[in-house]
Ligand binder design. Structure first.
Ligand code: CU
Length: 155
């Protein structure tokens, strides 16, 4: 009986999808702006990348992971500073972005941590970074590598 309900629901979903194509919401509605990163000193320290992720759709989207040929272990991290002024980073498992909202990855907050760099990050180069969303969608951005002392996308 449970199976039958599921089948009906699936049929309804497929019909809806066919009728409303190509306007399915989700990762397709994600716009990434102002991506940037800093040049690295060698490859022993991880790199970091920053950007604004905007959900222009009508459905919430959830960022669940990252992929890039530049680093073997790219992770979303969050920097937090405690009452004593001590900063620490921890992995942010998933980041939900409500419809019409945006999330900023910026120094001192959320960031894309690029661990186990496969090559040095050289000023003037770019690298592709793919954002993986819960609905299976992906958005790839080309991230410019700025100077070692850059503090924002305009530096
Ligand atoms: Cu980090």
């Amino acid at each position: 009986m449970k199976k039958k309900v599921l089948t009906v629901a699936l049929a309804a979903l497929l019909t809806f999808g066919a009728l409303s194509a190509p306007a399915l919401a989700g990762a397709e509605d994600v716009v990434v702006e102002n991506a940037w990163s800093r040049a690295s000193i060698g490859m022993n320290r991880p790199g970091a990348a920053y950007m604004t992720i905007r959900n222009t759709g009508d459905e919430p989207v959830t960022l669940v992971g990252l992929a890039t040929p530049l680093a073997k272990m790219p992770e979303i991290h969050e920097t937090k500073t405690n009452a004593g002024g001590v900063s620490s980073m921890s992995p942010a498992v998933e980041i939900a972005i409500a419809p019409g909202e945006s999330v900023a990855l910026e120094p001192g907050g959320l960031h894309a941590m690029l661990m186990r760099l496969q090559e040095p990050m050289t000023e003037g180069d770019t690298f592709p970074l793919t954002l993986l969303f819960e609905d299976g969608g992906e958005v790839t951005v080309e991230v410019p590598i700025l100077g070692v002392a850059a503090r924002g996308p305009e530096d």
